[in-house]
Design a protein. Structure first.
Length: 209
């Protein structure tokens, strides 16, 4: 079974409070999501392997460390995942970025893939799948399916806020994918919104209704 990590870092929790607040406007909301994503990137990469390298400092030779192993890729789920991507890229500027676009079928209410663009070396990368909200889990499950169908074997899921129902759904369908969160909330309501959550992340990021 996959593991679930909830980041309790004070800066993440402090900024998440303002992200949740309904009085926070679009500009500030966007900036805060960007900042929290960068802080979460710091935590999610904690277990990256390192290798020793020999370099020359201005003073003399030194043995130092660089990231080793698989290359990294970011895959935001369109559209709300875009709001977290730049914050992560500032921490990991060498990461390649792919995209997965999904829409909800109005009759079945199931997510349908409409766009996928990934780096060409999919099987060589460790991917971070990004979506601010993990509600029912449908979009995350389908996005991970999309990557696996194209050869991805090493993935993590990063979300700001999740409902227990969404976490359980992802764990059931993808028990190999660890989940990284800023908060695990109480439940889903009858409309499928996370309670207390933060509303519709896409609308709040892009100023739409």
């Amino acid at each position: 079974m996959s593991k679930v990590y909830v980041f309790d870092h004070p800066l993440i929790q402090h900024k998440l409070t303002y992200i949740r607040d309904k009085e926070t406007g679009t500009k500030e909301f966007r900036e805060l999501v960007d900042e929290v994503a960068g802080l979460m990137a710091f935590e999610i990469t904690r277990d990256l392997p390192l290798q020793e390298v020999e370099i020359e400092t201005p003073v003399g030779p030194a043995t130092s460390k660089k990231i080793a192993g698989k290359k990294l890729g970011l895959v935001p789920i369109l559209r709300a995942g875009l709001g977290m991507t730049d914050g992560i890229l500032r921490m990991i500027p060498a990461a390649k970025v792919g995209h997965v676009g999904l829409y909800r079928d109005p009759e079945t209410l199931m997510p349908v893939e409409y766009y996928v663009k990934l780096p060409t070396d999919v099987n060589e990368r460790e991917f971070i799948v990004i979506d601010p909200m993990l509600a029912t889990g449908g979009s995350a499950i389908e996005a991970i399916n999309s990557l696996k169908k194209r050869g991805a074997t090493n993935m993590k899921l990063m979300c700001l806020v999740a409902a227990p129902e969404g976490v359980a759904a992802v764990q059931k369908e993808h028990p190999d994918i660890d989940i990284y969160l800023a908060a695990l909330d109480e439940k889903l309501n009858e409309k499928g919104y996370i309670v207390p959550g933060l509303g519709d992340a896409g609308d709040r990021l892009f100023g739409t209704k």
